[in-house]
Design a protein around this ligand. Structure first.
Ligand code: HEC
Length: 104
């Protein structure tokens, strides 16, 4: 009984090895990004810090108007850093807030 189990195991392992060895890398091309950060001051800093986890759509879908300016964007940037762990340098955060305040 034990022998049969071992044989079965060997067969499964063998076919797995065969299957893995014959697996071909899958290549596919992604469609072009449909959202971009709007042009504005410190755009390079924003592109370097805000594009890694989600698309630029996240900015243009935020509420707009006088109530959603500097304080609002400051809170967003702080949240990205404190809650979601965005690795943003202390010196870059105010530049990003300025960009967001005048651009969105
Ligand atoms: C470490 C990853 C990461 C980085 C870097 C990052 N974000 Fe986010 N961001 C998130 C996550 C996670 C969410 C919430 C995702 C969701 O709800 O789908 C989010 C959501 C948002 C939202 C939607 C509103 C909200 O509060 O949920 C805005 C606006 C936003 N991010 C702006 C920014 C800006 C501006 C930067 C650059 C300073 C930035 N993000 C960098 C992870 C990141």
């Amino acid at each position: 009984m034990k022998r049969i189990t071992l044989l079965g195991l060997a067969a499964i392992t063998g076919s797995l090895v065969f299957w893995t060895a014959n697996a071909k890398p899958v290549t596919y091309s992604l469609p072009d990004e449909t959202a971009a950060f709007k042009p504005g001051p410190n755009l390079d800093v924003v592109q370097a810090n805000c594009g890694g986890c989600h698309s630029a759509d996240y900015l243009s879908t935020q509420p707009q108007g006088e109530k959603f300016k500097k304080d609002f964007w400051q809170a967003e940037v702080t949240k990205m850093i404190a809650v979601y762990g965005a690795p943003i340098a202390d010196a870059d955060a105010p530049k990003i807030v300025d960009y967001l305040t005048v651009t969105y």
